[in-house]
Design a protein around this ligand. Structure first.
Ligand code: ARG
Ligand code: ZN
Length: 867
C-alpha cells in the first residue's frame, strides 16, 4: 500500500528508553528488548502497533507479566497490543533472528565473518518489534554478548560503560548512548577487527578518540580515511561552529553493504570501498569519494542525528542539507569550480531523468541544490544565521523541510515568496531567456520565462522561485559593474551577498518577467546562472559567438565550462540529426579550435582543463532528443572524440609527456590535476586505435606507480580491440586478483564495453570465480556497468534487456534493495523507439509476474510500467 505525506499522524505512544540485549549465536541470535512506553496523551488506550519483519516472537511482557493471547495479535508485519494499560508502562520483547541467513543486508546480518547492522530506513523492524519510524526518539543502552574468540570486538552507539568475560568462552560489552535517537540510527558491530586510532581535540577542548575498524590486513589502507575524518571535524567547527559531542567516534568498513555508508550515532558503518585506499589500489576518484563520504557521514551527526526527520518524506531535510555540506567541504579542500562542475554533471546525468523515489539523486543531489539556493539568496553569513537558528530551535527533534525553511527565513527576515514549491513540485523547470540591446536608449534587457513540465499526478504547475546569478561581460571580456536594475518597471538596487564582485542575483518568481539594465554603452554578453545558481534547464538566445566569448573570458569558471558544454551539446545534436539522415559527419573547425585553445592554455587549472575538454555524456544528449537513439548518440560521440584526437594528436601527446611524474603519489590538488589532464589526453588518444598509441598506453600501463595512472592506461587500451587488449586485461587480473576492490573496476570496465554483443562476455563473467551475486559492489560493477553501455544494454535484439530482466528476478531472491536499484535501469523505457519500448516493457511485465516478488522491486517496476 502506498503511503502519502498527507497521511502523517503523530504517534499515540512515545518510547522514552530502550534497553537492548543481543545474544549472538552461530545459528540464531536472541534479541531482548525492554521499552519504557508513555502515551502521548494521558489516558490513551489506543492499540499499540509495532512493526516487525522476519521475526520469531519468543516472549512478550507488559509491566513484567506475560501478555495473554487475547491482548495481542501478530501478523507477518506487525505485533499489536490490543489493550495496553493506560499511563506509562514497560514492554519486554524477546525475538529470535537469523543474521547468518540475512542476505538482504538490512537489519542485523553477518558479512565476511562479522555481524553488522543497517537500519535506515526500515531495517530495525528486522531486529525486533518496534515503532519503526523516525519520530520515535529514545535513549538506548545496548548489551552485546558473544563468543570472545570469534567476536573479540563488540561495538554499539555511545559510550562503552562495562565489559567483561563470561562462562563458555563468551564475553559482553555494555554501551550507552546519552542522546535520544530514532531506531534507524541504531548500530551494532561484532567481529575480528582491528583499529587505526587517532585523536581529535575539539575547539572547546574535548578529546575525542577516533577509531577506524577493518580486518587486520586492511589497516594500512585507512590512513586517508583518518585524514579525511579529522579534516571534516575541523571544517564543521570552522564553517558551522559544530563540534563533536561524545568522547568516541568509530568507523567500521564492511565489504557487503547496499549503499555507500551510514551515519549511525558515533558508529558509522561504511562500504569498504569508501574507506580503504592505497596509491596502488585506489584512484584519485576513490580518494576524492572517500573524503566526501567520510565528511558526509560525519556531518550527519548534526544534520541528521541531533536534528532528524519527522517522517521519510522529509528525507531531503537531512540528505539534501548534508550533501550540500559535503560538497562545500570538498570544495574547500580542493578546487571549488571543478567540484561544482562535477556535481552539476552528476545532477544532469542522473537526476534530470529520474523518477521520484527514496534514496536517490533527487533526494540527495537535487535536495542539495535547494539548500544551495538558500545560500545563494542569503549569502554565507545569512545562511549561517539560518543554520544557527535551525539548531537552536530543533536540537533533539524530528522535523520537516518546512521547519528548515522557516529557520532560514526567520533568521534573516527574508522574503522567500513561493520558494517552498521546490519541495512539493516535481520536475525540472525550463527557463528561457531572451535578450535585447537598445543602442539608442542604452538599455539592455533580459526577459525570463519559465515553465515546469507536467509530471505524473501534477498536471498543472505554478511558477517557481529561481535565483539567477548574473554577470554582464563587456567587449574587453571583463565583468561590467552593476548597481541597479529595473525589474518589471521598478528600480531595484543590486545586492551582491557574498557573490564575487559584479555578480548579482536576480529573483525570478513569475511565469514571465523582464529585467532592464541602464547606461549600457555597448551590448554586453550575459553570463547567466553563474555557478549554476538554480537546478533548471536553461535555453537562451546566446549565439555561438557569444558562447565562444564566454568560454574564453568568463570570470565565472563554472560558466566558462558551461559555455563549452552548450556548444558541444548543440554540435552533438546537429551531428545526431545528420547521422540519422545518412549525411556524412563533419566536425566544425571552430569547435576543434575552441577545445585546442583550452587544452593549450597554460594559465588554466589542469583539472579544469580536463573537465572542459570532456564532452557531455551520452545520457545528457539522449535526454534532449524527442526519441532517444542510443546507437546514433554513441556513434556521434565516438566520432567527435576520434576526430578531436586525430586533429589534436600532437597537442595530446605533448600533454601526456608533460604531465608524467616519477614522484611518490600524493593526493593533493597539484598532483591529481596533473594526472587528470594526462589521463584524459591518453583516453582521447586511445580512440585513434593506432599502433603508436598502443605502444604509448602499454608503456604508461607498465610504468605506472599508482592505480589512477595504471587504470587510465588500461581504459585507453580497452578501446583498441585485439590481442594486446586481451593480454593486458588478463595481466591486470593476475596482478590484482587479491584486491577485490580493484577487481571490481576490472569487472566494470569490461561490462561497460561497447564492443557489439558484449552481453555474451558479461554472462561469462557472472561465472567468474571472483564474481558473487550476493556482494552488492560486484553487482553494481558488472550488472550496473553493463546497463551503462548504450550499445549493449539497449541492443535492438533485446538481448541486453533480457539479460537484466533475468538477473533482476534472480537477484530479488537474494537482495531486494540491490535488485530494485538494478531494475531502475528500465525506468526510462518510454524514451526509446517502439521496438525497444516493446522489448523493455516485456521484461518489466515478466519481472512483475515473478513469484514472490519483493515490495522494493514491485514498486520500481510497476511505477516504471505506469509512467
Ligand atoms: N543515510 C545514509 C547516507 O546518506 C544512506 C543510507 C541509506 N541506506 C538504505 N539502505 N536505504 O549516507
Ligand atoms: Zn546521507
Amino acid at each position: 500500500k502506498e503511503i502519502f505525506l498527507k497521511d502523517y499522524k503523530e504517534p499515540d505512544y512515545f518510547f522514552e528508553k530502550v534497553d537492548l540485549n543481543f545474544q549472538l549465536g552461530e545459528e540464531t541470535t536472541l534479541v531482548f528488548s525492554k521499552i519504557f512506553v508513555s502515551p502521548r496523551v494521558e489516558g490513551c488506550s489506543a492499540p499499540l502497533v509495532l512493526d516487525g519483519a522476519d521475526l520469531k516472537l519468543i516472549v512478550l511482557k507488559v509491566n513484567g507479566e506475560d501478555v495473554k493471547g487475547d491482548d495481542f495479535h501478530v501478523d507477518s508485519r506487525h505485533l499489536t497490543l490490543t489493550s495496553p494499560p493506560s499511563g506509562k508502562f514497560t514492554l519486554e520483547i524477546v525475538t529470535e533472528i537469523c543474521p547468518q541467513k540475512n542476505t538482504s543486508l538490512e537489519g542485523l546480518y553477518k558479512s565476511s565473518g562479522n555481524f553488522c547492522t543497517q537500519c535506515e530506513a526500515e531495517g530495525f523492524r528486522k531486529i525486533t518489534f518496534y515503532q519503526d519510524r523516525p519520530d520515535i526518539m529514545a535513549k538506548y543502552t545496548c548489551r552485546i554478548e558473544g563468543d570472545k574468540s570469534l567476536y573479540p570486538v563488540l561495538l554499539s552507539n555511545g559510550n562503552l560503560i562495562e565489559q567483561g568475560d563470561l562462562e563458555g568462552g563468551r564475553h559482553f560489552a555494555l554501551w550507552e548512548d546519552p542522546f535520544v535517537k530514532p531506531c534507524y540510527l541504531f548500530a551494532l558491530v561484532a567481529g575480528q577487527l582491528e583499529s587505526r586510532d587517532d585523536t581529535f581535540i575539539t575547539r572547546s577542548g574535548r578529546k575525542v578518540s577516533l577509531r577506524i575498524w577493518t580486518p587486520a590486513q586492511d589497516l594500512p589502507k585507512t590512513a586517508h580515511a583518518m585524514y579525511s575524518l579529522k579534516a571534516a571535524m575541523k571544517w564543521d567547527e570552522d564553517v558551522f561552529g559544530l563540534e563533536y559531542d561524545l568522547d568516541l567516534f568509530n568507523v567500521v568498513a564492511v565489504p557487503d553493504f547496499n549503499m555507500g555508508a551510514m551515519e549511525n550515532k558515533s558508529l558509522n558503518i561504511f562500504n569498504s570501498k569508501l574507506v580503504l585506499a592505497s596509491p596502488e589500489t585506489a584512484t584519485d576518484a576513490d580518494y576524492a569519494a572517500i573524503l566526501g563520504v567520510i565528511g558526509h557521514e560525519y556531518f550527519h551527526n548534526w544534520t541528521g542525528n541531533r536534528v532528524t526527520c519527522r517522517d521519510w518524506f522529509q528525507l531531503s531535510l537531512k540528505e539534501g542539507l548534508t550533501v550540500f555540506r559535503d560538497q562545500e567541504f570538498s570544495s574547500d579542500m580542493g578546487s571549488r569550480p571543478v567540484k561544482r562542475i562535477a556535481d552539476v554533471s552528476k545532477l544532469r546525468s542522473y537526476q534530470f531523468p529520474q523518477m521520484d523515489n527514496f534514496y536517490t539523486v533527487t533526494v540527495y543531489e537535487k535536495g542539495a541544490e535547494v539548500v544551495r539556493m538558500y545560500k545563494t539568496l542569503l549569502g554565507a553569513p545569512g545562511f549561517r544565521k539560518g543554520m544557527d537558528l535551525y539548531f537552536k530551535r530543533h536540537d533533539g527533534q524530528a522535523v520537516t523541510c518546512e521547519d528548515f525553511f522557516a529557520a532560514m527565513r526567520d533568521a534573516n527576515g527574508a522574503d522567500f515568496s513561493n520558494f517552498l514549491l521546490w519541495y512539493s513540485q516535481a520536475g525540472t523547470p525550463r527557463l528561457n531567456v531572451v535578450s535585447n540591446y537598445n543602442a539608442e536608449a542604452k538599455t539592455y534587457s533580459l526577459k525570463f520565462s519559465q515553465e515546469v513540465p507536467p509530471t505524473p499526478g501534477q498536471p498543472v504547475k505554478e511558477p517557481m522561485f529561481i535565483p539567477v546569478a548574473l554577470g554582464l561581460l563587456g567587449s574587453d571580456g571583463k565583468d561590467m559593474p552593476l548597481s541597479s536594475v529595473y525589474h518589471d518597471g521598478i528600480l531595484e538596487s543590486i545586492s551582491n551577498n557574498d557573490q564575487p564582485t559584479h555578480t548579482t542575483v536576480l529573483r525570478v518568481t513569475k511565469k514571465e518577467e523582464v529585467f532592464v539594465f541602464n547606461d549600457m554603452l555597448e551590448r554586453p554578453v550575459p553570463s547567466i546562472l553563474r555557478g549554476y545558481s538554480a537546478p533548471v534547464r536553461m535555453d537562451s538566445d546566446l549565439t555561438d559567438a557569444d558562447l565562444y566569448f564566454l568560454l574564453a573570458n568568463d570570470s565565472d569558471e563554472f560558466n566558462r565550462w558551461e559555455a563549452g558544454q552548450v556548444l558541444a551539446r548543440k554540435l552533438m545534436l546537429t551531428l545526431v540529426s545528420d547521422y540519422q539522415q545518412n549525411k556524412p559527419l563533419v566536425l566544425n573547425q571552430q569547435f576543434v579550435n575552441g577545445i585546442k585553445s583550452v587544452l593549450c592554455d597554460s594559465s588554466l587549472d589542469k583539472e579544469f582543463i580536463a573537465k572542459a575538454i570532456t564532452l557531455p555524456g551520452e545520457g545528457e544528449i539522449m535526454d534532449m532528443m524527442e526519441v532517444a537513439d542510443p546507437d546514433t548518440v554513441h556513434a556521434v560521440r565516438s566520432f567527435i572524440r576520434k576526430q578531436l584526437a586525430s586533429e589534436l594528436k600532437n597537442e595530446l601527446l605533448i600533454t601526456v609527456g608533460n604531465n608524467r611524474s616519477s614522484e611518490k603519489y600524493e593526493f593533493d590538488h597539484q598532483n591529481l590535476s596533473r594526472r587528470a589532464l594526462k589521463n584524459i589526453a591518453l583516453a582521447y588518444l586511445g580512440s585513434l586505435e593506432d599502433a603508436e598509441i598502443t605502444e604509448l598506453a602499454l608503456h604508461e600501463y607498465r610504468t605506472a606507480t599508482n592505480l589512477t595512472e595504471q587504470f587510465a592506461a588500461l581504459v585507453a587500451l580497452d578501446q583498441i580491440p585485439g590481442k594486446v587488449r586481451d593480454e593486458v586485461l588478463a595481466d591486470f587480473y593476475d596482478k590484482w586478483q587479491h584486491e577485490y576492490l580493484v577487481i571490481n573496476k576490472w569487472f566494470a570496465l569490461q561490462a561497460m564495453s561497447n564492443v557489439p554483443r558484449n552481453v555474451e562476455n558479461v554472462r561469462k563473467l557472472l561465472n567468474h570465480p571472483a564474481f558473487d551475486l550476493r556482494n552488492p559492489n560486484k553487482v553494481y560493477s558488472l550488472i550496473g556497468g553493463f546497463c551503462g553501455s548504450l550499445v549493449n544494454f539497449h541492443a535492438k535484439d533485446g538481448s541486453g534487456y533480457k539479460f537484466l530482466g533475468e538477473l533482476v528476478v534472480q537477484l530479488d531472491k537474494i537482495n531486494p534493495q540491490v535488485a530494485s536499484r538494478m531494475v531502475s535501469a528500465f525506468s526510462r523505457w518510454k524514451r526509446y523507439d517502439e521496438t525497444r519500448q516493446n522489448l523493455a516493457k516485456a521484461q518489466l511485465e515478466m519481472i512483475l509476474s515473478a513469484n514472490g516478488l519483493s515490495e522494493n522491486v514491485f514498486e520500481i517496476a510497476s511505477k516504471s510500467l505506469a509512467a
